[in-house]
Design a protein around this ligand. Structure first.
Ligand code: PGA
Length: 254
């Protein structure tokens, strides 16, 4: 079962190297958290930050190539991440889908690359405002899951981030009831289409304007196992507070 809340930050394309190092140094001074903590950082900072990060902090990538290796200028493979001991990556973030044309077919390949190279994927899914207004939310989520995961993946592990696109970077958060309903839907889909064990072992994170004000009520919901946090992960004090919230909920659940 998912006993530990996961607080995951996503820096996106922010920070200089010096700013990144100062952030990790400031974070290193806090007591070892009871919750799990992960930071998805730009590729070029992976190695320098991994070298100075405390053991409890997972440094993750924000993307990987759908290809194994070869003539794909500018791409970074899952195998390259493995070779520098990076053990997790975001896949299919809505900004990748929206601005870089990533389709479910490409995301499926990326997932397989991650699985084959022991890189734990955080698969990002979520509906747009138009889709929600047209009552297509469940249909879209089901399609995003069904096009990339099959029963053959039952022995793999991944996390899922449910991030309604209309809530990302907009300051508008899904209510805890709206988020819980979708997390429950995702849990049931995994249970019915992959396996019950798989569903129980998969953490489902909420993302979309998650911050120090709303994290506690969101993370307290039964099918919300933590958050993928963009804007509020850029400031170290706010990230520390999110970790404290993650600790509180982890302690409550155990
Ligand atoms: P946000 O971003 O917290 O700034 O809304 C979340 C995300 O895109 O992962």
């Amino acid at each position: 079962m998912n006993v530990k809340t996961l607080v995951a930050g996503n820096w996106k394309m922010n920070k200089t190297l010096d700013e990144s190092i100062s952030f990790i140094e400031a974070l290193s001074h806090i007591p070892v958290p009871q919750c799990e903590v992960l930071l998805a950082v730009p590729f070029i900072y992976l190695k320098p930050l991994q070298d100075i990060a405390p053991k409890w902090l997972t440094i993750a990538a924000q993307n990987i190539s759908d290809k194994e290796q070869g003539a794909y200028t500018g791409e970074i493979s899952a195998k390259m991440l493995q070779s520098i001991s990076i053990k997790s990556t975001l896949i299919g973030h809505s900004e990748r889908r929206q601005y870089y044309g990533e389709t479910n077919a490409v995301i499926k390949e990326k997932l397989q690359q991650a699985f084959q190279n022991a890189v734990m994927p955080i698969l990002c899914i979520g509906e747009t405002l138009d889709e929600r207004k047209n009552n297509l939310t469940e249909h879209v989520i089901e399609n995003q899951l069904a096009s990339v995961l099959t029963k053959a993946d039952a022995n793999k592990s991944l996390h899922i981030a449910y991030e309604p696109v209309w809530a990302i970077g907009t300051g508008e958060t899904a209510t805890k009831e709206q988020a819980e309903a979708m997390h429950h839907f995702i849990y049931n889909w995994l249970k019915e289409n992959i396996s019950e064990t798989f569903a129980q072992q998969t953490k489902i994170l909420y993302g979309g304007s998650c911050n120090t004000q709303n994290a506690e009520e969101l993370f307290s919901m039964p099918h919300i196992h933590g958050g993928l946090v963009g804007g509020a992960s850029l400031d170290v004090d706010s990230f520390k507070l999110l970790i404290e919230i993650g600790n509180t909920i982890t302690n409550k659940n155990n």
